[in-house]
Write a protein that binds this ligand. Structure first.
Ligand code: PEP
Ligand code: MN
Length: 341
């Protein structure tokens, strides 16, 4: 159930509604929008009586939710969420660029890449400290040492740091050193991790699972939001299909499909979505054209020597050229959608 407040509802009227929800044993989630605040109710098993709220001061209407999700929907917040990470945003006017190596391998490697990422005008640097590798014998990441290197990158270049947590203790560490926590494809339905991320003060980058439907992916975001963290960014990174010419099949239709249902920003990962560096640029251009709010791209100063995801890593010059192309496509898409709207 959603309690939609009037445009001129006061903060104390909103608080009063949340208080009733709490006293009923449920949780109220007030999400302020441009026009009005709506309050999502979670924790209830059956229907909550609408009449309890309808006559309260400041309440415009009470809407029954028939879909499985409550907090990710445009019903709750009809305009897009802009996730703010310091001065950087995801979901706003600017195309958000998150770039960096698959894994932090050394201080020298990380700094060399960060310099180019900074030069490109990107605001986010992504490097893995804990890597979810298919084989236990593959490079697993440098752990906390990598987080310290990432914190230095933030200090030196002013880039916001995004990095993956594989488990709950990983979130504790990421919170200490970084600006945004990534939940990887393999963990999209790790519900205790999702709940932990939902209690974090950091925004969450939630990748789509390898075989997740749109609904499962959105419900994973719902897990995070239901714990009170509303700063969630969805990331389409390809799903497992029968094809053999790419590592995954990048489902670009997911971008407008998500945007039709949810206010959350959705970005695209063309690196894991293709697995091959020569496919990264064309799919990035398509992702921007289809309306993605941002990109997450793997780039390396020496891709041939990368300790993980070598085949899909762009070189520094390839990366710089790609970002330029992505920006020019974005400006066309943006002026067009403004005209259409
Ligand atoms: C990664 O971002 O390096 C990664 C492992 O991604 P995914 O979880 O999408 O496979
Ligand atoms: Mn990778």
């Amino acid at each position: 159930m959603l309690v939609v407040m009037k445009t001129d509802a006061t903060p104390s009227q909103i608080d009063a509604v949340v208080k009733v929800i709490t006293e009923l044993g449920f949780r109220g989630h007030p999400l302020p929008g441009a026009q009005r605040t709506a309050i999502g109710i979670t924790g209830n098993q059956g229907a909550v009586e609408a009449t309890r709220f309808e006559n309260m001061p400041g309440v415009a209407e009470v809407i029954r939710v028939t879909k499985p999700y409550k907090l990710i929907t445009l019903d709750l917040r009809p305009e897009k969420t802009i996730v703010r990470v310091g001065e950087a945003t995801i979901g706003g006017d600017e195309l958000a660029i998150i770039a960096g190596p698959c894994a932090v391998e050394s201080r020298e490697q990380t700094f060399a890449i960060a310099e180019t990422v900074k030069l490109s005008g990107a605001r986010f640097f992504r490097g893995g400290a804990f890597k979810p590798r298919t084989s236990p014998y593959s490079f697993q990441g440098l752990g906390e040492e990598a987080l310290r290197i990432l914190a230095e990158v933030r200090e030196k270049f002013g880039l916001r740091i995004v990095t993956e947590a594989l488990d709950e203790t990983g979130v504790d560490l990421v919170e200490r050193y970084a600006d945004m926590v990534q939940i990887g494809a393999r963990n999209m339905q790790n519900f205790s991790l999702l709940r932990r991320a939902g209690k974090s003060h950091l925004p969450v980058l939630l990748k789509r699972g390898l075989a997740a439907t749109l609904e499962e992916w959105l419900l994973a975001a719902e897990y995070i939001m239901s714990e009170g963290n509303y700063n969630v960014v969805l990331c389409e990174r390809g799903v497992r299909t029968f094809v053999q010419h790419t590592r995954n099949t990048l489902d670009l239709a997911a971008v407008p499909a998500v945007q039709r249902i949810s206010h959350l920003p959705v970005i695209v990962d063309p690196s894991h979505g293709t697995g091959k560096s020569h496919l990264v640029s064309p799919l990035t251009r398509a992702a921007v054209a289809v309306g993605a709010d941002g990109l997450i791209v793997e780039v390396h100063n020496q891709p041939e020597l990368a300790l993980s995801d070598s085949a899909q890593s762009l070189t520094l010059p390839q990366y710089l050229q790609l970002i330029e192309q992505a920006r020019s496509i974005r400006s066309v898409v943006h002026s067009d959608t403004h005209v259409m709207a």
